[in-house]
Design a protein around this ligand. Structure first.
Ligand SMILES: [Zn+2]
Length: 528
């Protein structure tokens, strides 16, 4: 494995302290020496490549605290959207969705959900998944959480049901097995099927298993709008009852204008829980449009159906008519606030980036009908962005000291062959940096993008430039660092990223992925 001397750089080491001029030497995937200008460094020998950083800023590789590349990395292991914005490690398995454990009870559903990636689910638990991913040699490191929705469905399926004591014990056993094999922690997605059917007792029982392994818990709250306060209360209560020391909230937000005023109360609740000893942190993407399956827009009783069941139900004319009646009661602005991001349907292939009202106008249809056509054709694969977040609240949230950056996206190639992404898939880290720049120093922002998430997820030898740490490094021009991606052209790389090293290999340079050297990280093996 190669050795590098990266010289003539300004080092922002991830701790948030003042950057200094110096050089960094790596060998066999690890940072061996960090030199400040004051202490001269030895000349590179013939086994060591020298890279002149020309006065640019050398940072630890960025850590995406919230990703969803579990399967996209198998289909597109270059992880172009991620590495081109400086990300070297992604935490995935978020929002309750992981591609393990797989049983007969959830296999068909997962296969349909992940159909666009065309990756056979050849594993059952974490170890098999990790091995299959390693074989694909992804460009970035990954750290995978076990998702509660997948776990629950592995035992109880996707229906509205309460597990009996035997089923709950099976869930705990499957979960314990994934953690013992090296899964990084636990995520819930209580807005989604079937996690939304889970009681607090069920969550506390599973968090009890997590406690045995001292690993992180992340949650996509049961509500991020109307019942945000109650949902946060539930997350704090469950964590306290299970006596786990830390709680991480995914993409902290106040969704819907009627809920924007709740932010102060949310921050006060977090402060109070922190004072009582529960270490609460959160991540956020720096955009005010969220993105998820279009089907989340549906009212009762459709909101209790998983996407595969919904798709089946909408093959019936009468059912589509019933849904149309339900959608007719929506306020018209719902459609102009809902933007199509991605779908496999040929009839709508030309419209991603437009809102449903605009698509309806072009197709000479009602927007309700566009929605029904999309769901009846591709409920699992149709993704939409939803406007409804406050710019002021976003600014306030990003500035909280416990907030790190998460893209909430899957790794995508530059083309659209596995679907289009929200611009956050290519632009979150530069946008995060730019939005915080007026108030924070570059090194303070870099800390929120590196050492802070490394600490939250227990990645002890990453997120810092120090001897002995993994040689995950990114060379940026802080004056030029900005996003190129937009909703109309989402797969555009960031500006200002010069070189990215992953585990000591020069992996991204000159706008191209040149090496794939990522690892599947596992606390059971190489972290704790
Ligand atoms: Zn989520």
């Amino acid at each position: 494995m190669s050795s590098f001397l990266i010289k003539n750089v300004i080092i922002a080491d991830g701790t948030g302290t003042e950057p200094f001029a110096g050089a960094v030497r790596t060998d066999s995937g690890v940072i061996t020496d960090v030199y400040s200008e004051k202490n001269a460094y030895p000349a590179a020998d013939k086994h060591c490549y020298t890279l002149d950083g020309r006065g640019l800023m050398l940072c630890p590789g960025f850590i995406d605290a919230h990703g969803h590349s579990d399967l996209s990395l198998h289909a597109a292991p270059d992880a172009y959207g991620k590495i081109s914005q400086g990300i070297t490690t992604e935490i995935n398995g978020n929002c309750g969705l992981s591609p393990f454990p797989v049983t007969d009870a959830n296999r068909e559903h997962l296969e349909e959900l992940y159909a666009s990636y065309n990756v056979p689910l050849s594993w059952t638990s974490f170890a098999g998944y990790a091995e299959a991913l390693s074989r694909r040699e992804p460009a970035i490191n990954t750290f995978s959480l076990c998702g509660h929705n997948t776990l629950r469905a592995a035992v109880c399926g996707y229906g509205k049901t309460e597990p009996d004591s035997k089923q709950l014990a099976s869930m705990c056993d499957l979960f314990r097995n994934c953690l013992a094999e090296g899964a990084g922690g636990f995520s819930t997605g209580l807005l989604y099927i079937p996690g939304k059917f889970a009681s607090q007792e069920e969550l506390v029982a599973l968090l009890g298993v997590l406690r045995e392994f001292h690993r992180p818990y992340t949650t996509h709250l049961r509500s991020e709008g109307l019942y945000l306060i109650e949902a946060l209360e539930e997350a704090i209560n469950c964590s306290q009852q299970a006596k786990i020391p830390r709680l991480h909230i995914s993409h902290l937000k106040t969704a819907g204008a009627g809920n924007w005023h709740k932010l102060e109360q949310v921050l006060a609740m977090i402060g109070k829980a922190q004072a009582s000893g529960l270490n609460i942190t959160a991540d956020r993407y720096p955009y005010i449009e969220s993105m998820t399956q279009l089907s989340v827009i549906l009212p009762s009783p459709y909101d209790d159906l998983d996407d595969v069941s919904l798709l089946r139900r909408l093959q019936d004319d009468g059912e589509r008519q019933k849904l149309r009646t339900a959608l007719d009661s929506f306020a018209p602005e719902r459609w102009s606030n809902t933007r199509l991001i991605s779908t496999s349907l040929a009839a709508f292939r030309h419209f991603p980036g437009l809102n449903l009202q605009e698509i309806a106008d072009r197709c000479n249809l009602a927007p309700q009908q566009v929605c029904i056509d999309l769901l009846a054709g591709d409920a699992p694969g149709t993704m939409a962005a939803f406007r409804g977040m406050s710019r002021d609240n976003l600014e306030k949230i990003l500035r909280q000291p416990f907030i790190c950056c998460g893209t909430d996206e899957t790794a995508r190639p530059q083309n659209y062959h596995i679907g289009r992404s929200h611009p956050r898939g290519f632009g979150s880290f530069p946008e995060f940096f730019r939005q915080l720049s007026p108030d924070l120093k570059p090194e303070q922002i870099i800390h929120k993008m590196t050492m802070l998430p490394a600490t939250i997820f227990g990645l002890r030898n990453r997120g810092r430039i120090a001897s002995g740490c993994a040689a995950d490094l990114v060379l940026i021009d802080p004056d030029k660092f900005c996003a190129g991606a937009s909703f109309s052209a989402p797969h555009v790389p960031a500006i200002g990223i010069h070189h990215v090293f992953v585990n000591g290999a020069l992996s991204f340079s000159g706008g191209t992925v040149i090496n794939r050297n990522g690892k599947v990280l596992s606390p059971a093996k190489d972290i704790f």
